[in-house]
Design a protein. Structure first.
Length: 215
C-alpha cells in the first residue's frame, strides 16, 4: 500500500504557466528579443529556472546575458501567484491523500518561490517541512537524491512511494529512486512525454482526482 505521495509543483499541483511565461518574456523583451507563446514557454519548464531562461533565449536566437537568470527571478518573484492557481480538484485530492499517508513536494523551482506559492494558495499545510526545491542540498531532478531523501525521512520504502508529476523529468526521477510513478497528462510538461517508457504499474491521469481511482 502506498504511504508517501510526492508531488511536482508546476504543471502538477499548480497551473503556473502564464506567470512563468510572462516573466520570461519580459526578460526577452528587455533584451530586444521577440517573446514566445505561453505554450512554447511551458514546454521549456521542468529543469529549473536557469535552464528555462537559457532555452528561452536560445529559441529566440539570441545569447542570454550573464544576468539573465537574476533578471528572470526578479520579475517572477513579484508575480508568483498573479495567475497561478491549483488545478481543479487539487485541494480535494490532498485532503483525501492525507488520510492515506504522508505528502511531500519535490520541484526544481527555487525553494523560496515554492514555499511562497504554497503559502499563498493555501497548500502549505498539506506538506509542512517536506518540501524540497531545486536550490537545496540535493541535485535537481531527474537525479533521485531529493526523492530518496524524502523517502528516508518519511520512514517508508521506495515501493510504497508514488511520485506524481507532469514531465519525463519526474518520471525518470521516480524510476531512478525505485518509486512508483503517476503522470499528470493535464500538466503543461506532458506535451512530449515518451509514452513508450511507461510500464504496466505506471499511472496516467487526466484530472487530479483521477488519482484516487488508481489507488
Amino acid at each position: 500500500m502506498l504511504s508517501l505521495f510526492v508531488f511536482d509543483l508546476d504543471g502538477t499541483l499548480v497551473d503556473s504557466r502564464r506567470d512563468i511565461a510572462q516573466s520570461a518574456n519580459a526578460v526577452l523583451e528587455q533584451c530586444g528579443c521577440t517573446p514566445h507563446s505561453e505554450e512554447a514557454i511551458g514546454g521549456m519548464v521542468g529543469d529549473g529556472a536557469a535552464e528555462l531562461i537559457a532555452r528561452a533565449f536560445a529559441a529566440a536566437g539570441a545569447a542570454a546575458p550573464s544576468d539573465a537568470l537574476e533578471r528572470f527571478l526578479r520579475v517572477y518573484n513579484t508575480r508568483l501567484v498573479r495567475f497561478t492557481r491549483p488545478y481543479d480538484g487539487i485541494p480535494e485530492l490532498l485532503d483525501a491523500l492525507c488520510a492515506r499517508g504522508t505528502l511531500a513536494v519535490l520541484t526544481n523551482k527555487p525553494l523560496g518561490a515554492t514555499r511562497s506559492i504554497l503559502d499563498e494558495l493555501g497548500l502549505a499545510p498539506y506538506f509542512g517541512e517536506r518540501v524540497l526545491g531545486g536550490d537545496g542540498p540535493h541535485p535537481r531532478k531527474p537525479d533521485a537524491a531529493g526523492l530518496t531523501a524524502l523517502i528516508s525521512s518519511a520512514g517508508v520504502t521506495p515501493e510504497h512511494t508514488l511520485m506524481v508529476g507532469d514531465s519525463v523529468v519526474d518520471f525518470r526521477t521516480a524510476r531512478r529512486a525505485g518509486a512508483q510513478a503517476c503522470m499528470a497528462r493535464y500538466g503543461f510538461g506532458f506535451h512530449d512525454f515518451p509514452m513508450a517508457e511507461l510500464g504496466e504499474a505506471d499511472r496516467v491521469i487526466d484530472r487530479p482526482l483521477d488519482l484516487l481511482a488508481t489507488l
